[in-house]
Design a protein around this ligand. Structure first.
Ligand SMILES: [Zn+2]
Ligand SMILES: [Zn+2]
Length: 373
């Protein structure tokens, strides 16, 4: 079987058997089996799911990372190798990332004797719930590693296209829940209560002024309210209304500024309307910040390998590769997957033609990076 066909077969097998974050038991077993069959060392990390493997010898070490988890989505892509695990789908293309890094591993194995150091491959679980990278770091997966590289497929880019950027790339992700407590009343006698619905409606509008009127227009910020829950009938003013949403930023100062303004607005509303407003913030992944030098290096190697390269735009999504980059330098890159439907869509269908060239690219990138450190 050809190299490219092998990678496509592996990708399809992973695609047919997707597993949710933290539950990648069969995926882990498959990866162990495929790596071991290729005579690639699996390192003895104590991980419930996920695999760490290694190729080469010597003190110099760099890492490549693929994420392996899937999403709770009912697949509607219509492909012949659709999910056989109902309600779970590889809708972010982590099956593609995994097969790319398996391919890079095979290529590096072929060149093992010539490698000027070691390449560690991190097949990371639980990217979608932003826990997996932390688990691997805690297990020691970055120990003695000088630089790390990873990819995400980009449905909006044609196959053969490559994009990255130095500095901030993916966003800081914060989630908030705001609870507005007024005073319940008969709907016909609102003056006897404190109407939490009216307060909440105005609060949502006021929150929209933070991004547009408080933050420098040249900074990136998105504040979205995504859920409002309150009341359960037509003739009662409810006592409580709950709002939920997300804040996306790229700079810590902007993130802190917005959180501060949300707090001040809420306090102002509480005092003006004689209500109680409580805000709870839940921190998601921090911004992914690429090392400038490694981002330029990754782009140069992509150009040599035949990719059409471009400077990536800021991305408002989150990506837990950011956690590795808080510990060691490296670069995260986008590779075109030309899907007509976007990431996390039930009909997401990336073009498998990206797999083989990307495998060659990461093998080359790893070897050249070892020559640099
Ligand atoms: Zn995703
Ligand atoms: Zn993803």
């Amino acid at each position: 079987m050809s190299f490219g066909q092998q990678l496509i077969d592996w990708r399809r097998e992973l695609h047919e058997h997707p597993e949710l974050s933290g539950e990648e038991v069969q995926t882990t077993a498959r990866l162990r089996q495929w790596l071991t069959a290729a005579d690639i060392r699996v390192l003895p990390y104590d991980l419930p799911t996920g695999v760490v493997a290694e190729i080469g010898t010597g003190p110099k070490q760099i890492a490549l990372r693929a994420d392996i988890d899937a999403l709770p989505i009912v697949e509607r892509s219509g492909v012949t190798f659709s999910s056989q695990n109902p309600g779970v789908m590889h809708a972010c293309g982590h099956d593609i990332h995994t097969s790319v890094m398996l391919g890079a591993a095979l290529r590096l194995k072929d060149r093992e004797a010539a490698l000027p150091g070691r390449v560690r491959l991190l097949f990371q679980p639980a990217e979608e719930n932003f826990g997996g990278a932390k688990t691997l770091v805690r297990a020691g997966a970055l120990k003695d590693i000088s630089a790390i590289f990873g990819m995400h497929n980009e449905p909006g880019l044609p196959v053969g296209n490559f994009a990255t950027r130095g500095g901030p790339f993916y966003a800081n992700v914060d989630r908030f829940v705001i609870r507005v407590t007024g005073k319940g009343a008969h709907a016909a006698r609102p003056h006897e209560g404190t109407d939490a619905i009216v307060i909440t409606s105005q609060l949502v509008t006021a929150l929209q002024s933070v991004a547009s009127r408080n933050v420098n227009t040249l900074d990136s910020v998105v504040l979205s309210v995504t859920r409002i829950t309150g009341g359960n009938t037509w003739n009662v003013l409810p006592e409580n209304v709950e709002l939920e949403g997300t804040l996306r930023t790229h700079r810590t100062e902007v993130q802190q500024q917005v959180k501060g303004r949300v707090q001040e607005i809420a306090a102002g509303f509480a005092s003006a309307f004689n209500a109680q407003i409580d805000i709870t913030w839940y921190a998601g992944p921090t911004a992914l910040v690429n090392d400038e030098r490694w981002a330029d290096f990754a782009t140069a190697v992509a150009r040599e390998t035949g990719y059409e390269t471009q400077h990536a735009e800021l991305h408002m999504g989150g990506e837990d590769f950011a956690v590795y980059l808080q510990h060691i330098p490296g670069a995260f890159v986008s590779i075109g997957s030309a899907s007509p439907f976007g990431l996390h869509h039930p009909a997401f269908n990336p073009d498998e033609a990206l797999i083989e060239p990307a495998a060659h690219y990461f093998a080359r990138l790893a070897e050249k990076a070892l020559q640099q450190i």
